[in-house]
Design a protein around this ligand. Structure first.
Ligand code: UDX
Length: 431
């Protein structure tokens, strides 16, 4: 099968290399010439475990992946074209900005000259895929194409594994022909008995937002329970553990912390609610999840401020929105560090992969090349992201270089008693 993927962001590139891994020939399109040059030389523009190896393999050895900046001449041979461009939140609004999707739809319309499937893989509000169909059918005979919704459920940091071993694949189609082509595309997953959920286009679009919003709800829920635990002297980790054993609840996404961040949850929760509002449906729970998560930054910052002397130096470990990524979009760490800076603290930061992106977000923070260097002379340590390398820090060594022994373990990666024994004043989340 020949595939074309428009947009070489996170979703587009992971999709591209993984389909090449299945043996398909993939053409990736992006207007950003700098990005394309980097990609052509086999360099991934972001950090994702396993990506560099797969890019190198499929550019240089199998030659299944190639790049271009235009769709012109690239649809003649294509069976499926995927739209994987960004759908950021519109400035000062909650809804998704779909302008890139519309541009790609126009470009597809100008270049289709034989039957092909047009698949929306970007996270798009319900109704978008039909709108794409309208745009294309203004210029192209409807016999020459079908539209499909095929959302992705990739997590940054484990995206390749998520693609190759997904919990499920969702395909929203409007006729048998396109359903059959999509099932054929995902045939390599049949061996792994991956459930393929075949739905209407609208249902598929809703599944994506409902899934992300539900996971975000679980996190916001346990974070509020954590607040109560702190006040009454209970332990949220034990609460979550016992709740999670109940199969109806499940143990995943019940880790209390500084709130959810990243390029998906905050944006998708807002967009889901905003789409519903347009249809006169109020998603009260989702609105509350958004509010609860936004207020969390202030709550956590206030807790830190009330326990550390004014104007002191703080060591901040972990700046990405979660481990195993260099992505700092909507990172709770950056937000909390920035708030503390505004209040007059000096921030000595370290992250294994996200320092470059963090510098671009806030150049007022100071950056160091190891956790230990960032600890030097600090009056407190904050662990904002649970990178593996922070899980077994040498606290005997750290004790000697800190000014005061205070730790805010926002992700609950340490046992409080262990650190208290070493003389630390310990603050976790919800315990
Ligand atoms: C998410 C979805 O999981 C994925 O299916 C979708 O395609 C894209 O959005 P991602 O944003 O990569 O993936 O990260 P995820 O692992 O879901 O974490 C999102 C945020 O929630 C992070 O800030 C993380 O730290 C936080 N989180 C997650 C918690 O605070 N507690 C948890 O228990 C789990």
């Amino acid at each position: 099968m020949n595939l074309t993927i428009v947009g070489t962001g996170y979703v587009g590139l992971v999709t591209g290399v993984c389909f090449a891994e299945f043996g398909y020939s993939v053409k990736c399109i992006d207007k950003d010439s700098k990005r394309l040059e980097k990609l052509k030389s086999g360099k991934c523009p972001f950090y994702e475990p396993g990506m560099d190896e797969l890019l190198d393999k499929h550019i240089n050895k199998t030659k299944l992946i190639s790049f271009d900046y235009t769709l012109q001449n690239n649809l003649n041979n294509s069976d499926i074209v995927f739209i994987t461009v960004g759908t950021p939140t519109r400035r000062l609004e909650d809804e998704a900005d779909l302008s890139f999707v519309w541009q790609v739809a126009e470009e597809i319309a100008e270049n289709i000259n034989k039957y092909c499937l047009v698949v929306t893989k970007s996270t798009v509000p319900v109704g978008t895929t039909r709108e794409v169909k309208k745009i294309i059918s203004n210029k192209v005979d409807e016999k020459l194409f079908d539209v499909v919704s095929n959302p992705e459920f990739l997590r940054e940091g484990s995206a390749i594994d998520d693609f190759i071993r997904p919990d499920r694949v969702v395909i929203g189609t409007e006729n048998k022909k396109s359903e059959t082509i999509m099932k054929n595309l995902y045939r390599p997953l049949f061996l792994k008995e991956t459930p393929i959920v075949s739905t209407s286009i609208e249902t598929s679009e809703i599944i994506k937002y409902a899934s992300n919003s539900f996971l975000a709800t679980k996190i916001a829920f346990i974070n509020e329970v954590a607040d109560l635990c702190e006040v009454v002297g209970a332990d949220v980790q034990q609460v979550a553990h016992a709740m999670g054993i109940d199969k109806r609840i499940g143990s995943k996404f019940l880790n209390a912390g500084p709130g959810f961040g990243g390029s998906c949850f905050p944006k998708d929760v807002k967009a889901f609610s905003s789409t519903a509002k347009k249809k006169n449906v109020e998603l009260l729970i989702i609105n509350a999840v958004n509010k609860s998560n936004q207020e969390r930054i202030k709550k956590i910052s206030d807790k830190i401020i009330s326990n550390i002397k004014k104007n002191s130096t703080i060591c901040f470990l972990g700046l990405s929105f979660k481990p195993n990524t260099d992505d700092v979009r909507d990172s709770t760490s950056i937000k909390i560090a920035s708030k503390l800076f505004e209040k007059g603290y000096k921030l000595q930061c370290y992250d294994p992969e996200a320092m470059k992106n963090a510098k671009n977000e806030n150049s007022n923070l100071f950056f160091f090349s190891s956790a230990y260097e960032a600890c030097e002379g600090a009056s407190a340590i904050i662990i904002g992201t649970e990178w593996n390398e922070f899980r077994a820090l040498n606290f005997n060594k750290i004790s000697k270089i800190l000014k005061e022994k205070i730790i805010f373990d926002l992700r609950n990666i340490y046992i409080p008693e262990d650190l208290k024994k070493l003389g630390f004043e310990y603050y976790g989340t919800g315990k």
